[in-house]
Design a protein around this ligand. Sequence first.
Ligand SMILES: Cc1cc2nc3c(=O)[nH]c(=O)nc-3n(C[C@H](O)[C@H](O)[C@H](O)COP(=O)(O)OP(=O)(O)OC[C@H]3O[C@@H](n4cnc5c(N)ncnc54)[C@H](O)[C@@H]3O)c2cc1C
Length: 468
Amino acid sequence: MTAVIESKKVTPEIIEQLRQIVGKSEVLTAQEDLIMYAYDATLPEHRPEVVIFPHTVEQVSAVMKLASAHKVPVVPRGASTNLSGGTVPMSGGIVMTLTKMNKILEIDQQNLTATVEPGLINAEFQAALTPLGLFYPPDPASMNVCTMGGNVAENAGGPKCLKYGVTRDYILGLEVVLPNGDILHTGGKVMKNVTGYDLTRLFVGSEGTLGIVTKITVRLLPVVEAKRTLLAVYDEVVDAGESVSAIIAQGIIPTTLELMDNLLINAAEDYAGAGLPRDAQAILLIEVDGYDVALDRQVEAIIKICKENKAREVRLAKTQAEVDKLWVARRTVIGAVARIRPSYDMQDVTVPRSMLPLAIKAMQEISKKYNIPIGVLAHAGDGNFHPLMMFDQRNKDELERIEKARKEIFDKALELNGTLSGEHGIGNSKREYLKYEYSPEMMAITKGVKKLFDPDNILNPNKVVAVQ
Ligand SMILES: Cc1cc2nc3c(=O)[nH]c(=O)nc-3n(C[C@H](O)[C@H](O)[C@H](O)COP(=O)(O)OP(=O)(O)OC[C@H]3O[C@@H](n4cnc5c(N)ncnc54)[C@H](O)[C@@H]3O)c2cc1C
């Protein structure tokens, strides 16, 4: 039974106290403002009772003490680009938007670390590092808008994560405000740290349900010397999937191995005009990086493997302009599908890489069975793929078919020894499906962790797991 905290807990007195804590201009209560904070990149909507913009950790702590005393739900929010209903305030209460805590506090070139505030936009961080010859690998396709705090809370991945790993692999330390207002500091600048339990890793990916991240210390890398970008073109989607397994099986780990099927190639082409082959059933966008001298051999090997796996053509991008065009097409394709149908449901199931061809085939069958266009976009090298179902949410019949297709997508991923979510998290939208992947023991321990950190269930309540 889901314990939903009653909405309408935010009294005029609480609003007055919030104004005193964060300042009058940093509190929104007008209905037209609240509507703007009622949704994220998924379909469900629920209006908060108040939206606030803290500027300091002390303010975040004071707000949590107030919320805790009155048992008011609080939903932390970055740019709200998450794809799991994570920032929809389903129980009303306070939406705490962290976007005004957006400073780079330090870039430490000796230790190759940086400390930033949670509202900093990922791409702005990257832009500040490049002139210093430094690089922060996690690069979600939404990097131009999403925040570092949101990335930590979702343990975001991205195209480069095949070679470099995901957000979790770069987080060294955190400052976190607990639901009761206590401030914790985990980890630090050290590269090795096995003192006690690894609370840093527990907070990463906890989807704003255990604490509010107010400071992030990350590991940096030196910028790589060179890269090459390739486009492999296929007449069958499964051949692209086979190429992915074959490249990895030969011991080559490209920086990026992204797959797009015909539906999405055309959506991307309509929007971005990058010169993608409209008649191809699939493309692979492949990138390798490292020392310049080593790259040509890798490129040759990849071209050979792709051709052996029935690529009809493999193009090497010759200019930076060509590379940029390909990336614009890849990074904008999700928005571009709005030209096909007004609504989309995008999942992020993940299977062992070798299962990718089977998984893609299953998506084609589900698409036919429910008569729903499903585009496939994949961080293919990670076995992490995004079946993108396109529909019109105003059509009840279509919505019902989407529900059934979604369940089949999850069933298929689990049948192939995969997982429900590779990078978008469980949030609100996949919470009811968690029981299909988790054993009762895993469920119980997960609920126990939530109760330990948040006994009153006020912080982003009922996301990931519902607790009594
Ligand atoms: C077009 C598009 C492309 C995308 N591509 C990718 C991709 O390649 N890889 C990927 O992993 N994801 C991707 N995403 C999903 C999304 O962008 C990421 O999950 C991102 O990390 C969310 O950041 P955000 O700032 O928008 O966080 P929000 O959506 O605002 O929040 C996400 C979650 O984090 C919590 N949260 C936010 N800030 C804090 C904080 N300071 N402390 C504690 N909890 C907090 C929220 O409560 C929520 O549960 C994509 C989304 C879109 C729309």
